[in-house]
Design a protein around this ligand. Structure first.
Ligand code: AMP
Ligand code: MG
Length: 466
């Protein structure tokens, strides 16, 4: 039993298409996130049972579900597409947890919708498990993100460059409303629906916002925090199109995303990001670009045009100082420093040394607390000089231990776990999952997962998997 309360499905016509998931032949539960089920007030035993698995695979809808595919548009790599929408996902409905927080329950990979275009509406278990592990690691590190409630195998073959076992991810989010959702109505000149959407987003995510401009201010501020959190983990989203930016500030649409092993600011993993538009160091600028698109959608709702443009521009420009402050706080914590310490110089100094050798991002920061960082440099002379200055600022080990994960879901580990899952063995995935969702703890049998890949193990390219 799930008690749904579907506020998005109550919006006027034109926001979505009603569509049922397409049934699958042989659903099998691969993973269920019990702590998240508890947080949502859902009965994990019910979810694991036949009715639960039927829902999680899209084979049967429980009472109260109102499956819809949401409409949205978006700039993909800078080019505008007036209609994208949920082409392989359906929103089952919303649940309100015991603490009063509202969440979307969405199936991803659940079959074709009116927005599928040429796509098959499906996913395979590789990207499903990848998103499951990466999003839950992000949550464990306190990064705003969509969550993963369950992964099922469908018993169907999904054809990409090869045949792969099909899968469905159950994604949980404060909402799935994107910058591209606003663009969908703005490009159609549909001010009435734009206003309804704005009211909905204010009521749902930013009740303190007093109108469209104030909403923009809040979204800008939250996005600045989210991007700073990505940067502090060496995370590269890989496909920061406006349709993949949630207005809630949650990290959304984990596709070709990855964490850097060796640090370099220009790192790109996505196989389709030839120009490095979404490289690690580009992410703050791209966020601003996306927020400027949102701003231009909201301008028609902001009264007299010239004044509205000026105010919206100011709002978007506030990203830079907010981001800078969040970045300094995050990297300060990574170095164990707060307040007046010279965080900027120390952090930039260390990153410069790391980039020179492509020293391992996670291991250098995790190693600051126990002296292991030095070993990450082939030539530690410059690091030693840096560390002398850093120690003079009296770093706090507890801050560092909280900010720096011991382990991240490294590409080569995820890929190995997926390969085992494809072969029918979920044990490596379960092992990896537990280790990365307890990223600050040490356990003897997790030590291996903290290692950087050997050159021949390193994964340098990731795929959308769509
Ligand atoms: P993405 O860049 O993966 O977030 O997807 C961009 C657009 O393509 C969205 O409208 C998706 O719904 C759609 N899409 C991606 N993969 C598929 C698929 N296998 N079938 C149908 N639509 C898809
Ligand atoms: Mg997307």
């Amino acid at each position: 039993m799930i008690h749904f309360d579907n506020s998005y499905a109550r919006l006027p016509d034109g926001f979505f298409a009603r569509v049922d998931p397409t049934p699958v032949p042989a659903p099998r539960l691969l993973a269920l996130n019990q702590p998240l089920a508890d947080r949502l007030g859902l009965d994990a035993d019910w979810l694991r049972g036949p009715e639960g698995v039927a829902m999680l695979s899209g084979n049967a809808m429980p009472e109260g579900a109102e499956p819809i595919a949401q409409a949205y548009a978006g700039h993909q790599f800078g080019g505008f597409v007036p209609q994208l929408g949920d082409g392989r996902a359906v929103l089952l409905g919303e649940v309100v947890g015991p603490d009063g927080a509202r969440f979307d329950i969405q199936l991803k990979g659940s079959g074709r919708t009116p927005f599928s275009r040429q796509g098959d509406g499906r996913a395979w278990i590789g990207p499903v498990l990848r998103e499951y592990a990466v999003s839950e690691f992000m949550a464990a590190m306190g990064v705003p993100t969509t969550r993963a409630l369950a992964a099922v195998a469908t018993g169907e073959t999904v054809w990409r460059e090869n045949g792969f076992p099909g899968g469905v991810l159950t994604r949980v989010a404060a909402s799935h409303i994107r910058v591209g959702t606003f663009q969908f109505f703005a490009v159609r000149g549909d001010e009435a629906r734009l206003a309804s959407l704005t009211d909905h987003v204010i009521a749902r995510h930013y009740p303190q916002a007093t109108g469209p401009l104030s909403l923009l201010d809040h979204i800008v501020a939250r996005q600045a925090e989210t991007i700073a959190a990505w940067m502090a983990l060496g995370f590269i989203h890989g496909v920061m199109n406006t349709d993949n930016m949630a207005v809630s500030g949650e990290t959304i649409d984990y596709g070709p995303c990855a964490f850097m092993d060796g640090y370099h600011p220009d790192t790109v993993f996505s196989s389709i990001d030839h120009a490095g538009r979404y490289a690690w160091a580009q992410q703050p600028q791209i966020a601003v670009w996306n927020l400027a698109q949102l701003a231009s959608c909201l301008i028609p709702l902001m009264g007299e045009r010239d004044a509205a443009i000026e105010a919206a521009t100011r709002s978007v420009h506030a990203f830079a100082p907010l981001y800078e402050a969040a970045w300094l706080r995050r990297f300060g914590e990574k170095l164990g420093l707060t307040g007046v310490a010279p965080v900027k110089d120390l952090a930039e100094g260390l990153l410069t040394l790391m980039a020179r050798e492509r020293a391992d991002f996670t291991r250098v920061f995790a190693g600051l607390a126990d002296g292991g960082a030095r070993d990450e440099f082939t030539d530690p002379t410059a690091f030693d000089a840096w560390a002398e200055g850093w120690r003079r600022s009296d770093p706090d080990p507890a801050l560092m231990a909280h900010a720096n994960p011991r382990r991240i879901p490294r590409n080569h580990r995820i890929e190995a776990a997926i390969a085992s899952a494809v072969a029918g063995d979920m044990a490596p995935f379960e092992h990896l999952f537990l280790a990365v969702t307890h990223p600050r703890e040490d356990r003897a049998d997790w030590a291996d997962l903290a290692r950087a890949p050997l050159p021949e193990q390193a994964v340098r390219q990731t795929f959308c998997g769509t």
